[in-house]
Design a protein around this ligand. Structure first.
Ligand SMILES: Nc1ncnc2c1ncn2[C@@H]1O[C@H](COP(=O)(O)OP(=O)(O)OP(=O)(O)O)[C@@H](O)[C@H]1O
Ligand SMILES: [Mg+2]
Length: 217
């Protein structure tokens, strides 16, 4: 479903060049649940952003369903981000002046997707909060809103970067269980997480260090 081949990503800081991803190759099959771990600075977020069509690698190729994503024009690349790759960030990234429901609606690109909102709000314990602003929510509620926004369009791929990093154990458990449901219903997941609960859900794990995959199982 997702094939990364010899992906290298460099960051330039003044005259210093830093290799964040060093010739990484990775295949993610439909229905996979892949956990990505590794020390701080290993390149985990960079890998996820590349997979999400957000960071152009310096070299290598990434294919989603056979299409070379970074070879596409901007409109088609946007389409990939919007329709195929749902993203959840550690810091939520909700729009502050939009309500829970409006934040979720923003992700929808077809009217029919609005039909799922009620049931997801219900399932994610957000129904009574649909008209609240993010500033009026607890951190767990914010992250569940961000989760619904990521999956409301039923993307093939869910990319989550330390989604429980700001959550307490009870809220982490709820979120991991919702992500687990998305997987059980056929979703494919790439999750960056240090949370021990995550390894119970994942099917596969890779460890990154200094931009390289140092172990896979
Ligand atoms: N925009 C940037 N400009 C320069 N260097 C960057 C940039 N973004 C990341 N880096 C560097 O690239 C390396 C990999 O960063 P990345 O955010 O992918 O690591 P990470 O594994 O997600 O770390 P963490 O666990 O702390 O989130 C780090 O050393 C970081 O300092
Ligand atoms: Mg990171």
């Amino acid at each position: 479903m997702l094939e990364l081949k010899n992906i290298t990503k460099l960051y330039h800081k003044g005259s210093v060049v830093f290799t964040a991803l060093d010739n990484i190759s990775l295949n993610v099959d439909k229905g996979d649940y892949l956990l990505v771990t590794g020390p701080s600075g290993a390149g985990k977020s960079t890998l996820l952003y590349v997979a999400g069509g957000m960071i152009h690698p310096d070299s290598g190729e990434m294919k989603y369903q056979g299409k070379n994503i970074y070879g596409l024009n901007n409109k088609a690349k946007n389409d990939y981000r919007r329709k195929h790759a749902g993203f959840v960030f550690q810091q939520f990234h909700l729009m502050p002046f939009l309500t829970v429901e409006e934040n979720i609606k923003m992700a929808c690109y077809e009217k029919s997707q609005h039909d799922y909102i009620d049931s997801y709000l219900e399932k994610c314990l957000l129904a009574p909060l649909r008209n609240k602003l993010p500033s009026e929510l607890s951190v767990g509620e914010k992250q569940r809103t961000a989760f619904v926004r990521a999956i409301i369009t039923r993307p093939g791929l869910l990319l989550a970067d330390e989604p429980t990093g700001n959550l307490d154990p009870a809220n982490s458990e709820i979120l991991m269980s919702l992500i687990g449901d998305f997987h059980r219903e056929g979703g494919t997941i790439l999750l960056v997480s240090h949370n021990p609960v995550a390894s119970g859900y994942a099917r596969r794990q890779i460890v990154l260090n200094e931009g390289k995959i140092v172990s896979e199982d």
